[in-house]
Design a protein around this ligand. Sequence first.
Ligand code: 5GP
Length: 247
Amino acid sequence: MSGAPESGKKLYEGKAKILYATDNPDVLLTHFKDDATAFNAQKKGSIRGKGEINNAISAHLFKLMETKGIPTHFVELPSPTQMLVKAVTIVPLEVVVRNLAAGSLCKQTGLELGSLVEPPLVEFYYKNDAMGDPLLTIDRIRLMKVASDEDVATLRSMALQINDVLKEFFNQCGITLVDFKLEFGRDRAGKIILADEISPDTCRLWIQGEPDPKKRVLDKDRFRQDMGNVEEGYQQVLDRVLNNPSA
Ligand code: 5GP
């Protein structure tokens, strides 16, 4: 592990990150790994420098959210691959927002890749690897008691607000925000805040004005679809994010 050593017990190891306890029970340490998985971990690999890049992009975007009044779990970066975050209980829903059709939306609806989704679509997936993160309906969420109606309304409204901020920010970077996945947690006071990460692992990001569908993709689809130059795509997102004139 590069940078500062983890300060406490390993609490959880996910596909892209490891979570450690710290001396402060309200704060946890996330280590961003270079490991990459796709298709529910059926495809495995490593993207050199990904941990550092995703940590830096996520930190930048979490700070941006805070300036817009959207609460996040971000505390600070103790090292290039580590983020200190507020301890939360993760809501077991993956919230996906879509501005253009891609991925599973195209597969499941027949919509053409890149067609406009207006108004943006907010979808809820059950965060459960064993079940393959299935798409839920509001009625199923209610039936399963995964979240209350009020929580679902909060998640939807926060996701749309985050979409507005991200869409504008990436637009200023010359990047189109196609879709992305968010995770939320409940802090000690019970408040729902943005958690996890916002990075090329969790967003589809296309270079604007690039007609070649293979060249325009900067995100994890380069890995998923064996398009090559994965590191270069992630690095380009970081460079554009850090050089955004509004940042
Ligand atoms: P799709 O449903 O089309 O596969 O994914 C929609 C968006 O959410 C994409 O930007 C994708 O990267 C993100 N996403 C959905 N599920 C996951 C997941 O389990 N892990 C990651 N890293 N991203 C996800």
